[in-house]
Design a protein around this ligand. Structure first.
Ligand SMILES: [Fe+2]
Ligand SMILES: [Fe+2]
Length: 299
């Protein structure tokens, strides 16, 4: 049986930063802007991202998932530039996106990403209504791609996320329905479902409730970003363990303890009534050579 190839990248944190107006820097943005000028602009490089995306496209994936943090301090011009970048990655039909905390960096701008990136965030059939509703559902080949938003504005020095009870209730209805349709369910979420050590101020605030939902109804795979690191964590599911896979920032230049830019490829097929999923990691080494990093059978 032929397999379906899903590519996953995250956290491009697109530069260069547009020049903000002074009034745009009133708020948490001032800290973010200072951080970008001081350090982050040297980590998140457009040339690194360009090379990584070209390599990803050369693998000819059937679909591409992007798990947020396209922008940095959520200036209006950043959303416009991110839209152009998205179009260079693929069409809205072939690319599924969920937002990250940097895409909702400050209050009062939350309608920027649903507007600028709308068709990359729409579920099947939602294009006519123009509404962005999470969780969304997209069926591609044997996959059910379920996208959620954990992007909420937070106080300075916080990068937490939250699903909220409305999205969790929808997941509680959607996941068992999709299980009965025999689809390979992939949950796209910016924040990792299990908080990494030292990341309390950047955690998913309702992670316990999400883990409970997953243990009851299951998905086959969880893909996330946010921590800018390679990560594989196994979650409890109703019929065995669920792999939750994190990927580094797609634009990260190797510096200090930063994981250099990488992306994942998941090859999914059904064999003798059982799902098979193999992960292949491609990305940069510490000396910025691009190639295969590892390959392993997940399920
Ligand atoms: Fe990020
Ligand atoms: Fe993030």
């Amino acid at each position: 049986m032929t397999s379906f190839l899903l590519a996953h990248l995250s956290d491009p944190h697109l530069g260069p930063m547009p020049q903000p107006r002074l009034r745009e820097l009133a708020s948490k943005r001032a800290i973010g802007y200072f951080n970008w000028r001081r350090k982050r602009h040297a980590v998140h490089r457009r040339d690194v991202l360009g090379e990584l995306v070209a390599d990803l496209q050369a693998q000819r994936p059937d679909h591409i998932a992007i798990t947020g943090d396209l922008v940095n301090i959520a200036l209006p011009l950043e959303f416009t530039a991110a839209r152009q970048w998205l179009e260079s990655v693929g069409t809205p039909h072939d690319v599924s996106l969920v937002p990250g905390n940097h895409d909702a960096y400050v209050g009062g701008i939350r309608d920027h990403f649903p507007t600028a990136w709308a068709d990359y965030l729409h579920g099947d059939g939602a294009a006519q209504t123009g509404e962005t509703i999470f969780p969304y559902l997209r069926r591609r080949g044997p996959l059910a791609l379920i996208g959620v938003s954990t992007a909420v504005p937070t106080a300075p020095f916080m990068a937490t996320g939250r699903l909220g009870h409305v999205q969790r209730a929808s997941l509680g209805r959607l996941l068992p329905k999709l299980a009965s349709e025999n689809l390979f369910r992939v949950l796209l979420i910016h924040h990792p479902p299990v908080t990494s050590p030292g990341r309390w101020a950047a955690r998913l605030r309702d992670s316990d409730e999400l883990l409970e939902l997953l243990s009851r109804y299951g998905v086959e795979l969880v893909l996330h970003g946010h921590d800018h690191r390679h990560a594989t964590v196994w979650l409890d599911g109703p019929r065995g363990r669920i792999p939750a896979i994190g990927v580094p920032s797609a634009s990260a230049f190797a510096m200090g303890h930063t994981h250099p830019a990488a992306y994942n490829l998941f090859s999914v097929a059904k064999e003798n009534g059982t799902w098979r999923c193999e992960q292949r990691v491609r990305g940069f080494t510490k000396d910025m050579m691009l190639g295969d990093i590892k390959q392993e059978k997940l399920i």
